[in-house]
Design a protein around this ligand. Structure first.
Ligand code: HMG
Ligand code: MG
Length: 300
């Protein structure tokens, strides 16, 4: 059977916008996040405190996070943090949940963080230690879990090793990313089985799919069948990854919600309202959302 309950982890304002070449002003970002919360999304990754030279789109992270009501009950606004400098900035802006990110492959660690796989874990270690000491929630992203644009296939054991190292540091929850969207449903069980051997329960694992080859929803269904209860998605299918060749959009939140409602889950998300939010942002950015569900619900 399928799990009783499923959580949606919205990444549009962070993973979505980080890859968008058209600069969105901070007021629009803040309004976007408020509207997402208004549609019933409960966890919204708001921004990232990375080097503004690497991700100019999110150079306004401090301004955006400070403008949100971070104490609102039932809502969480995690932020991405690459190093201690980023943690200092995030804490100063009031963050209560942070996410570190490492790669399952050597090449992407170099492209994304300018280091090795081991180096990425060393970079994350003091961030995790200090964040936990401050009582913050800590998520660990593992990218390139289902394939790498430079290295090709990825051994599930490599994913499990990285998860095990992060778990040793105290990382509470994990998001396994198909960063370039090449994964297919048959791989999901194999990756999860390897991660089981790392001793991290499936209740601590989220899956993060990209829809490059149109497989994201099939992969979600495979994840549900394996007992996974948290999925990342991006409103309107915003984003990709600026540091990975051939990475197109994240799974659209609207597509995920349509699937989940069809399976009988209550997500608390007002789907038509969410589609309108994506449409509104798309108009501001000068491009239509890629989600089929958004197109179906809002018309041409
Ligand atoms: P670096 O460029 O290798 O070297 O940065 P650096 O440490 O010398 O920093 C360069 C400049 O940035 C310096 O400024 C630093 O002070 C500054 P300068 O001296 O030249 O004026 N700097 C910072 N400024 C503000 N906040 C900071 C910060 N850190 C350094 N936190 C670093 C190393 C790791 C910081 C850099 O490579 C970086 O920011 N990388 C992150 C890139 C990124 O955001 N990638 C996308 C992540 S998303 C992902 O991985 C996948 C995921 O979405 C899931 C999926 O889709 O599968 C999670
Ligand atoms: Mg992504």
């Amino acid at each position: 059977g399928l799990p009783d309950r499923v959580d949606i982890y919205e990444v549009g304002p962070r993973d979505g916008l980080q890859a968008e070449p058209v600069l969105v002003d901070p007021a629009t970002k803040i309004e976007f996040i408020r509207r997402l919360a208004g549609c019933g999304l409960r966890t919204i990754e708001a921004t990232s405190f990375v080097s503004p030279k690497r991700v100019p789109q999110l150079a306004d992270a401090d301004q955006v996070l400070t403008a949100l009501d971070l104490a609102e009950p039932g809502l969480r606004y995690p932020v991405l943090v690459p190093n201690e400098r980023g943690l200092d900035r995030a804490v100063a802006a009031g963050a209560r949940d942070v996410a570190v990110f490492v790669s399952a492959t050597e090449r992407f660690a170099a492209e994304n963080l300018g280091t090795t796989r081991a180096g990425a874990i060393e970079l994350a270690a003091p961030v995790v230690r200090r964040a936990l000491a401050d009582g913050l929630g800590v998520r660990g992203y593992v990218s390139m879990c289902f394939g790498d644009p430079w290295e090709g296939s990825v051994e599930p054991g490599a994913v499990a090793d990285v998860v095990a190292r992060l778990a040793e540091l105290g990382v509470q929850r994990f998001s396994l990313g198909d960063t370039i969207g090449v994964g297919t449903a048959g791989q999901v069980a194999a990756v999860l089985a390897a991660v089981d051997r790392a001793g991290v329960g499936r209740d601590r694992i989220a899956l993060h799919f990209h829809d490059t080859y149109g497989q994201a929803l099939a992969n979600v269904v495979a994840g549900l069948a394996e007992g996974i209860t948290e999925f990342d998605a991006s409103a309107g299918g915003l984003g990709g990854c600026p540091f990975a060749k051939s990475a197109t959009g994240n799974l659209a939140t609207e597509d995920l919600v349509w699937l989940l409602h069809g399976l009988g889950y209550r997500t608390g998300v007002d789907l038509p309202a969410l589609a309108q939010v994506s449409r509104w942002l798309g108009e501001r950015m000068g491009r239509a959302p890629v989600s089929r569900v958004v197109a179906a619900l809002t018309g041409p």
